[in-house]
Design a protein around this ligand. Sequence first.
Ligand SMILES: *[C@@H]1O[C@H](CO)[C@@H](O)[C@H](O)[C@H]1NC(C)=O
Length: 141
Amino acid sequence: MFGKLLFCVAALASAALAQDISIALPAQGTNIAAGSNFVVQVERATSSNSVEEISLVIAGLQCLGGCSGYGIGHTILYSGTFDPESTNGEGKSYQNFTVTAPNFFQGTMQLNVARFYLEGMTNFAELELADTTVTLTGGSG
Ligand SMILES: *[C@@H]1O[C@H](CO)[C@@H](O)[C@H](O)[C@H]1NC(C)=O
């Protein structure tokens, strides 16, 4: 009984740690002109559980001496549905979002993605976060 409980806890913990989404584009360290449009490609690994996507938020955070300890960002670049229908060469599904970079600063920006979804037969409410960093440059006018 105790062993079974431990197994359950371990299974739950690993489910909670599973990283299902990632930011495939832009690549880490990409230079993006402030105020310009760019594509954020959010990739989702196939899940063995049933998954119902509810929403996705993409936000930009200006990093002042570090990015940690803040929210997902002052600038919401996208907020809406997530429906990753396209598939890439690795068999993962993805969706492209064309967003506009903030134009009020230059330098390191953390790009954060927050995904809210329901998982499994009894609909566990899950929030998953992913991030990358890019560099905003001047020159877009
Ligand atoms: C998604 O964006 C990437 C980069 O711009 C592009 O190569 C790819 O064809 C796009 N996919 C779709 C389905 O538009």
